[in-house]
Design a protein around this ligand. Structure first.
Ligand code: SF4
Length: 234
């Protein structure tokens, strides 16, 4: 039996479909796709639907998503016949305001992401043995070291990134050639879409993630920490 570190090396030559097949076989129903329904996430959902009809899919519903994102979620459920699990924060937006003050995202976006994304994700991942994400290496510095199969030391389970070596061009080529639905905000200069409060359109020539937390040094929610794999058997 190979260790996660060995698999991480071997899996680098695998196609997204091969990564999915290995992951679905290894973890059966103890694995789920995490998606915010960006372009990359839609590719994953489409590939997964062709390999396993009742794949598990969840999203971190911060309560601050765009109407276009909520609409796309409905479309995904209809087209792919899956029920999206909406994982929510312990505090409602009103409770957060009462305890932490108004517009926490403007004053301390890390704390806001902790409350609305990290804690709910940690709670969700405790129910799983592996999760599947749509990160790509060229998106941020933190993601540059990600593997297709890796140990997630932050959350303590296996993390699967089937299209980690894809480019944005490959993602859009897949979407067009397979007629995959996508968030219409992408056509309005929103290459990366998160919460309404922390996402803006990008100007021509700006980095694809320049519209996330504009004005802050922050580039990540904190969901994707990449560290070397420990010697754990798969
Ligand atoms: S992206 Fe913004 S609004 Fe959403 S959880 Fe993070 S700081 Fe809060």
């Amino acid at each position: 039996m190979k260790t996660i570190a060995e698999l991480q090396f071997v899996a680098e030559t695998w196609s997204p479909e091969q990564v999915f097949q290995w992951a679905f076989h290894a973890f059966e129903n103890r694995i789920a796709i995490s998606s915010a329904f960006g372009a990359e996430g839609m590719v994953l959902i489409d590939i997964a639907s062709k390999l396993r009809p009742n794949f598990r899919l969840f999203t971190l519903d911060t309560g601050f998503l765009f109407p276009e994102t909520y609409s796309l979620m409905q479309r995904v459920e209809q087209k792919y016949g899956v029920a999206i699990e909406r994982v929510q924060a312990s505090l409602s937006p009103a409770e957060q305001e009462k305890i932490h003050g108004a517009a926490l995202w403007q004053r301390d976006p890390d704390s806001c992401c902790d409350l609305r994304k990290i804690e709910p994700l940690r709670r969700k991942l405790q129910q799983l043995e592996a999760w599947i994400t749509s990160i790509r290496r060229d998106q941020t510095e933190v993601r540059a070291a990600a593997g297709k199969i890796q140990w997630d030391s932050k959350f303590g389970l296996v993390k699967i990134n089937p299209i980690v070596d894809w480019t944005s061009t490959q993602v859009w080529s897949y979407i067009r050639s397979h007629n995959v639905p996508y968030n219409p905000l992408h056509d309005r200069s929103y290459p990366s879409i998160g919460c309404t409060h922390c996402t803006r359109a990008v100007a021509p020539g700006e980095d694809a993630r320049a519209g996330r937390w504009a004005g802050f040094a922050k580039t990540e929610c904190g969901l994707h920490l990449i560290q070397p794999a420990p010697d754990l058997t798969a």
